[in-house]
Design a protein around this ligand. Structure first.
Ligand code: ASP
Length: 612
């Protein structure tokens, strides 16, 4: 038997027990003729005490960091206790030891604060994974996985595997492709998601499906993207949007409870896409804090219920201030308690919005002093009553500083959103111990692709329009005659039966109620510019299946890596993946991707002739 206990197990109650431990040497400390060794395994660290009787043995077989060691001995109460670790009150008085394996000197130390840079840690990921910090992340990942599976199992979902070697499933990214030896010159695509398979499973009658599954998307990478990533992928038959929202709100709440001990009892808030875009400047708003945008000019699109407010805006008409009058959109944010910012602080904010990443010309500021008076950088154009009206419009309180951005709609919304998040960050309002969920509903069904002058599916082509808008889709020609006026096309206003779940400003899941009638699916493909031949070639199997009793269905997929990262309080999903890839999509440990042998090319009947 290699061990009787783990290195995280022994306590004072075990004193005098004869034990055998096995693990890795964390540290060796020699004091004269006695030696202390910290022995580490997945479960913890236990101190070993080698007294002088073992001195010679240790000299003949010196221990080094990361050696694999087996030690036999008796549990002893420590005189010098370390109350920071659970095993810190005991040590093992070693009477026999065996070096099970030696280790080269590790390229960085296996500690919470390691001296290894990112590249080095990735190259030696198997050593990095020994570190507590990484281990904790993987443990959390496993806890999320278990919790999700339990919940889904309890709710009658069945885990069904779907193939990886398939044909393209469009989710808006490039495919990874795999050449087929048995079908020379032909390629499989790796799934961007199991989308079409889960829909086929609904046609087959497996009315509650799930899978914790790898998806592959050949996209440019960022800290929160990986070319292969994991989804909790789900689908249900005989459901409407409300059924899905309820079921999966339940899933995330169960995960909160199981993994973080958080009772998220309140109903998850909901907003429409349109409202999110105007209130927060983006479609995945962080609602842990307020600072909602004041929409100070009549927006080109007015969302339900806001009409009155918008027309009451003091900046809705002509003001005499050119910057505002010429702007398509004017958005204000009240920064709580910032009326006292110095001139320098305000200038710094102005510089911040002028950075190329934000790209605004500048900002207008209005101080709403604690005594209720108002002072602005545009006092020439606006009297105090008007400033007060603007302040009210931005929900400002005395003591706040209001900053106003003006420009083109899309750019201004984006900049306001960036500024809102930056300000909240600086004010400490984005705490990673606080969790706030939000459903974003009613996304547009289509997006306009400028380069191709055609519609593309905002979510994916299997998403259904809102039931009352199916006729708009069927009765209108998708062709866009005047590209500049695409917003006037009836398709621009069709809303999808689609929903995203947002957690602390991150999209953690998204899905939709699907099209399940062949005719509508064909209409959708046609709207996206696919002729009959292409439809048949790419999705004949799905269109065919829809002829054999496809039930109404819908589903959702959660980004599992990202969900884990947020629950773990980290920005980077890489920290939560055992063997991640770097920003160039490389596995630096394996040195992949790499070339293949001539023989493999021959078998595939492929000749390599790179274009550049
Ligand atoms: N397949 C979709 C995605 O990967 C999710 C869904 O519609 O269920 O985003």
């Amino acid at each position: 038997m290699y061990r009787t206990h783990t290195c995280g197990q022994l306590r004072l109650s075990d004193v005098k027990t004869q034990v055998t431990l096995a693990g890795w040497v964390q540290t060796v400390r020699k004091f004269g003729s006695i030696t202390f060794v910290d022995l580490r395994d997945r479960y913890g660290i236990t101190q070993l005490l080698f007294n002088e009787s073992l001195n010679d043995n240790l000299e003949n077989q010196p221990l080094g960091r990361e050696f694999v060691l087996q030690a036999k001995g008796v549990v002893n109460e420590r005189s010098n206790k370390n109350l920071n670790i659970p095993t810190g009150e005991v040590e093992i008085l070693v009477n026999e030891f065996t070096i099970l394996n030696r280790s080269a000197v590790p390229p960085f130390s296996i500690q919470d604060d390691t001296d290894g840079g990112d590249d080095l840690r990735m190259k030696y990921r198997f050593l990095d994974l020994r570190r507590n910090a990484v281990k904790k992340n993987l443990e959390l990942r496993y806890a999320v996985n278990r919790s999700a599976r339990n919940y889904l199992h309890q709710n009658g979902f069945m885990d069904i595997e779907t193939p990886f070697l398939i044909k393209s499933t469009p989710e808006g990214a490039r495919d990874f492709v795999v050449p087929s030896r048995m079908n020379p010159g032909q390629f499989y695509a790796l799934p961007q998601s199991p989308q079409t398979f889960k829909q086929l499973l609904m046609v087959s009658g497996y009315d509650r499906y799930y899978q914790v599954v790898k998806c592959f998307r050949d996209e440019d990478l960022r800290a929160d993207r990986q070319p292969e990533f994991t989804q909790i992928d789900c689908e249900m038959a005989f459901v409407e949007q409300e059924d899905i929202l309820e079921m999966f709100e339940g899933l995330i709440k169960a995960i909160f409870k199981d993994v973080k001990g958080i009772d998220y009892t309140e109903k998850v808030e909901r907003t429409t896409w349109e409202e999110a875009m105007w209130t927060y400047g983006n479609d995945k708003p962080d609602i842990r804090f307020g600072m909602k945008l004041g929409n100070l000019k009549h927006p080109s699109t007015v969302f339900s219920g806001k009409q009155a407010e918008v027309s009451a805006s003091p900046l809705a008409g002509t003001t005499g201030f050119g910057v505002f009058d010429n702007a398509e959109t004017i958005l204000g944010i009240a920064i709580p308690g910032a009326a006292e910012y110095t001139r320098k602080q305000v200038d710094e904010l102005t510089e911040w919005v002028k950075r190329p990443q934000v790209g605004m010309q500048g900002l207008v500021n209005i101080r709403y002093n604690s005594d209720g008076s108002l002072k602005s950088s545009v006092d020439k154009f606006f009297n105090e009553d008007q400033l007060k009206a603007i302040a009210n419009y931005c929900n400002a309180q005395p003591g706040d500083l209001i900053v106003v951005l003006a420009g083109k709609e899309e750019k201004t919304r984006k900049a306001a959103s960036q500024l809102r998040l930056e300000l909240a960050q600086r004010l400490g309002l984005r705490k990673d111990t606080e969790f706030k969920l939000l459903w974003v509903l009613d996304f547009p069904l289509f997006e306009y692709a400028e380069e191709e002058n055609r519609w593309v599916a905002r979510h994916h082509p299997f998403t259904s329009p809102k039931p009352d808008q199916i006729s708009v889709m069927i009765n209108n020609d998708p062709k866009i005659k005047d590209a500049d006026k695409y917003l006037d096309h009836p398709y621009a206003n069709i809303k999808a039966n689609a929903y995203d779940m947002v957690l602390n400003g991150n999209e953690i899941g998204g899905g939709s109620i699907r099209i399940f009638q062949r005719e509508l699916q064909e209409k959708m493909f046609a709207a996206l510019g696919m002729d009959e031949h292409e439809q048949q070639h790419k999705f004949g199997f799905l269109l065919g299946a829809f002829e054999y009793g496809a039930p109404p269905h819908g589903g959702i997929a959660f980004g599992f890596d990202r969900l884990c990262a947020i629950l773990g309080g980290s920005e980077s999903i890489r920290d939560f993946i055992a063997f991640p890839k770097n920003n160039s999509g490389r596995d630096v440990m394996l040195d992949a991707p790499g070339t293949i042998d001539e023989k493999q090319f021959d078998e595939l009947q492929i000749r390599l002739d790179l274009k550049s």
